[in-house]
Design a protein around this ligand. Sequence first.
Ligand code: EPZ
Length: 416
Amino acid sequence: MVNFMIIKVSKSSVLSGDIYISGSKNASMPCICAALLTKQKVVIENVPDILDINNLLTIIKKQGVKVKRTNNTITIKAKRLKTKVLSDLVETLRGSYYLMGAILSRKNKLKIKYPGGCNIGSRPIDYHLQAFKELGFKVIEEENRIIIKEIERTPKDITFPKISLGATINVILLTSTFSKEVKIINPSLEPEVLCLIDMLKKMGVSIDIIDKQLIIKGTKKLKGITHKIIYDRIEAGSYIYLVGAIQKSKVYIHNAPIEHLHTVIMVARKMGIIVYKKDNVLVVEGNKGIKKINLLIGEYPFFPTDLQQIITVVLTKAKSSSTIEDPIFPNRVLHIKELKKMNAYIYEQNQVIHIKPSILTPAIIYATDLRCAFALIIAGAITSGTTYIKNIDYLFRGYENPIKKLRYIGVNVEIL
Ligand code: EPZ
């Protein structure tokens, strides 16, 4: 990814107004790929206009698929589906790996580049490839690409050693056209997975969740449907902590998927952030003094790893020390080096992040991934003076109209 954009952020006080949350990035990508499981027309609504999604759609078009975008609605018709996915765009996003399960659900061979994604520590895809092998495919890993060939589709139970959102989704996509039942043991049951399951059920697949296991009974005749993507709980969480960090603010967050935000809201309140629901709108009114916390991150419904960097920044405002443990991505720590340039007193020890009370000072810093970009904007907005953030392109991979939304509620931010 070529990074050239720089923004400047100055201290912003008393945020106010309205934010409208967009559709979920991490639910859109699997659902877009699920549309490839049928030759019929599929309409997907509430799809955010962000770089990762647009790159995925460009890749899919290269596979001979008809794709049309009208604002946040995507129409897909995969009458044709080529099996060589060798565009360089595949390496620019993580979600391109869903093309494996989707294409192999209809085709008996595939050549595809390795997925890309945020630099948040090691991100192997061994669970995905192991599952394909167990389900009757030969997997050949070459330097820059993977070749997968069907030997004999073998419906069997798949057990993941650790909960993986990506691997769960890839197995669901692949086995949705299997004629016999497949069980996934220790699957991810994040809201994004449930959004995909809702869609596939409408397309004709039978999927049950029993004792936290997924039971998939596929069909060869998936039909075209219309499906609406859930709203983005990570985008909503990002704005809750931004507004929560700035006292006397009052911002109305519309379309926040409150039912998916219980832990995020509970932790915010524990930190002294004022957040409540009013007529189905989430209202955030800054804080009554940020308090320290000791947080353990985990799979849904625990506190999400994708808000770890964001909450780290806000905890620099606490009067005493906090700790964060992130066993999902323990090496998601590149933001610490950047925050230290702003005089933050933060360090990582034995995979625990320690955050001491800090008076941040302005600096020239670098975004290192999508969520880090948003976290550094919060750092700039709570710091006297002007902070310059380079490599901010990452932000546009996962947030829709971020600069417009931020400026609309009073954040002093501009693209240089
Ligand atoms: C998805 O990544 C999300 N990305 C991530 O969001 C999110 O942080 C993550 O799930 C966890 O919720 C997308 O949806 C595109 P995993 P993914 O497979 O699928 C290990 C964002 O900011 N693992 O659930 O890559 C892995 O290393 C992004 O929007 C293996 O070891 O995550 C990790 O420790 C960043 N082998 C854990 O499992 C595998 O084959 C969970 O990873 C697969 C995973």
